[in-house]
Design a protein around this ligand. Structure first.
Ligand SMILES: Cc1cc2nc3c(=O)[nH]c(=O)nc-3n(C[C@H](O)[C@H](O)[C@H](O)COP(=O)(O)OP(=O)(O)OC[C@H]3O[C@@H](n4cnc5c(N)ncnc54)[C@H](O)[C@@H]3O)c2cc1C
Length: 302
């Protein structure tokens, strides 16, 4: 598959940024479990924090292939940064796709600029692969909704200024919450809303520079105008936005694979045994060729 000249130029620009600006932060941020905010500002300068936002709100409005290319190249620099970017894009996509004109006007131009950062809060301790079993509730109170529950593994959760959160719309006297995803809806919640608290960072084996926390909603009051979908439409909305995002996750895996291959190639050329670079031994060349084939196949599948 051939990229257009524009897509090639975007790939080159993002690769250069990944190598020169993202990579140098990688080890230290990973060790310290710290997100490189200076890199985020650089992504914003490249307009990438508006990657999936329509041009009418200042966004990049990338097509699917460009979206994949950008995710691949950012992940080439750091998977943690790519994860943060793709989740920010989930949040902006929800607002762009489901928000009304006022909400879009109020939030998208700033999200495109990279601040505030967006988060997407669907998963819960007991509802991961099956979000229909979520227990976070939204109870109607006049022209407001009251959110109660805990979301888990939320990327950008501590950094975010705005959270798109999914909850089951409940009647005031419903106990326990209804089963299944039939009443799920989604809300835009500013991160400084009263009653919203951020849990301790998850201690992860990988993606350590990515901010992953729980978010607890304890009587968080949200105006009805912050509701993004009708009750019952939230789960389908989440899954449709996630489907777009999955392409990005696949592309990130390709970028990571390419980075590993390039490191291996460099080492095979530099490391010498028996008076020559190990890359001259056939068994090493077979391994590198196999790696190249797998990465290329992954790229084409994406
Ligand atoms: C680093 C990180 C960042 C994340 N960021 C976010 C975020 O920003 N927002 C958010 O909402 N969530 C986020 N998540 C949560 C993520 O979406 C969930 O981890 C995911 O949905 C899987 O849920 P689980 O971990 O509870 O696994 P489980 O649902 O408990 O699944 C455990 C295993 O069983 C398998 N399994 C489950 N059901 C089936 C089935 N029907 N058939 C076959 N196999 C099955 C799964 O594939 C998995 O291997 C994040 C997770 C991680 C690790």
């Amino acid at each position: 598959m051939a990229l257009s000249a524009t897509q090639e130029a975007i790939r080159e620009t993002v690769r250069e940024f990944a190598v020169e600006e993202i990579r140098p932060t990688l080890r230290e941020c990973d060790r310290e479990e710290r997100f490189p905010e200076e890199v985020w500002n650089g992504l914003a300068d490249l307009d990438l924090t508006g990657l999936t936002t329509p041009g009418s709100y200042g966004g990049f409005d990338a097509d699917r292939v460009t979206y994949a290319v950008v995710n691949e190249e950012v992940a080439y620099g750091s998977l943690s940064v790519a994860t943060a970017l793709s989740v920010h894009c989930l949040a902006t996509s929800c607002i762009a796709e489901f928000g009304d004109g006022d909400l879009r006007e109020a939030w998208l131009p700033e999200l495109v600029e990279g601040r505030p950062v967006g988060a997407f809060a669907l998963s819960e301790p007991d509802a991961g692969s099956n979000p229909a079993e979520m227990s976070t509730t939204a109870t109607r109170d006049g022209d407001k909704w009251v959110l109660d529950g805990t979301k888990q593994w939320i990327t950008n959760g501590a950094r975010a200024g705005v959270v798109v959160v999914f909850a089951k719309a409940e009647e005031a006297d419903a106990e326990p919450p209804t089963r299944g995803g039939g009443s799920v809806t989604q809300f835009l919640v500013p991160a400084d809303a009263e009653g919203l608290s951020v849990g301790d960072p998850e201690e992860k084996l990988g993606l350590r520079a990515s901010d992953t926390v729980s978010l607890t909603f304890d009587g968080v009051r949200v105006p009805d105008r912050h509701r993004l979908t009708e009750p019952g439409r939230g789960l389908a909305a989440a899954l449709s936005i996630l489907n777009g995002g999955r392409v990005g996750i696949a592309a990130q895996a390709v970028g990571l694979g390419q980075a590993a291959l390039d490191e291996a190639l460099e080492y095979a050329a530099e490391r010498e045994q028996f008076d020559r670079p190990i890359g001259e031994f056939q068994s090493i060349r077979h391994t590198l060729a196999e790696m190249h084939t797998q990465v290329e196949a992954g790229r084409l599948l994406t």
